[in-house]
Ligand binder design. Structure first.
Ligand code: CP
Length: 301
């Protein structure tokens, strides 16, 4: 049976650390061609810039070839073909499937059908495990360690799949989490129950300023309009947070601001010029981490 990456919990602590190690090697030498002859499908049923293009770049840098689609409206899904049938068909053609889908659980359905490895590139508001690995890589690069960090997560913690995966991975490293969100967007109870079961410390806040000056990582997120069943509910919370450069006068010197991107209005442009902004480099790290994930799942590294 092939190994998949559907939830971040599919990887042990050792596997997570292994991926980070291999990503570091690939960052030092990104021209790798050991997957020549392999074909990888990137099936994106939901919009993406970073995840799709960094996966496609990763496939190319590993010497493999990529097929797929950035928009399922040009596929037989538009004629009513089911996800299951799409996976049955595509898995005949390729050595791995990378898939993003708006439905939580879609990647799990695909993995149960596919004889080749399936990588979840984001399923609804559920999980985004490859983002988590690049987030961990970014944390390690900027902080020099993963252990004992205070991570302040801000914004849409309810629908933010990157939040859900990251808390489930960082628990290994004795973090203290701050969950900064309006009540409507607080992190779902099941993740708090998970952290409680692991003895992880966390606290809640409503304003960014509450834990701006004592955190190591400020993890900002976008309020995800596409997940709200009611647009009025979105309009109530969409402008809740805006981080500006003048708020950063007393932060820890090594503090880094991360964001899975895209940003809408939650980080002002003047923050980009500060030494704390790390979100563009974070996105750049994604290609090396995705190279490592592909190599590992295909049994090469
Ligand atoms: N971080 C992330 O998933 O970005 P994209 O939606 O552009 O892939």
């Amino acid at each position: 049976m092939s190994k998949n990456l559907i939830s971040i919990q599919d990887f042990s602590k050792e596997e997570l650390l292994h991926i980070l190690e291999v990503a570091k090697e690939f960052e030092a030498n990104r021209e790798q061609n050991f997957l020549a002859g392999k074909v990888i499908a990137c099936l994106f049923f939901e919009p993406s810039t970073r995840t799709r293009l960094s996966f496609e770049a990763a496939v190319n840098r590993l010497g493999a070839r990529v097929i797929g689609f950035p928009d399922s409206r040009n596929t037989s899904v538009a004629k009513g073909e089911t996800l299951e049938d799409t996976i049955h068909i595509v898995s005949n053609y390729v050595d791995m499937i990378v898939m993003r889908h708006p439905m939580a659980g879609a990647a799990d359905i695909a993995a149960k059908i596919s004889p080749v490895p399936v990588v979840n590139a984001g399923d609804g508001a559920n999980q985004h495990p490859t983002q988590t690995l690049l987030d961990m890589y970014s944390i390690l690069k900027t902080q020099g360690r993963l252990e004992n960090l205070k991570i302040n997560m801000v914004g849409d913690l309810k629908y933010g799949r990157t939040i859900h995966s990251l808390v489930e991975a960082m628990y290994y490293f004795n973090p203290t989490f701050v969950f900064t969100a309006p009540e409507e967007l607080q992190i779902p109870k099941k993740y708090l129950e998970f952290l409680d079961s692991k003895g992880v410390k966390y606290e809640f806040a409503e304003k960014i300023e509450d834990h701006l000056n004592d955190c190591d990582i400020l993890y900002m997120t976008r309020v995800q309009q596409e997940r709200f069943p009611d647009i009025d509910e979105y309009n109530k919370v969409k402008d809740f947070y805006k981080l500006t450069a003048d708020m950063l006068g007393n932060v820890k010197p090594g503090m880094k601001i991360m964001h899975p991107l895209p940003r809408i209005g939650e980080i002002a442009l003047d923050v980009d010029e500060t030494p704390y902004a790390y979100y563009f480099q974070q996105a750049g790290n994604g290609m090396y981490v995705r190279m490592a994930i592909i190599s590992y799942l295909l049994g090469y590294r």
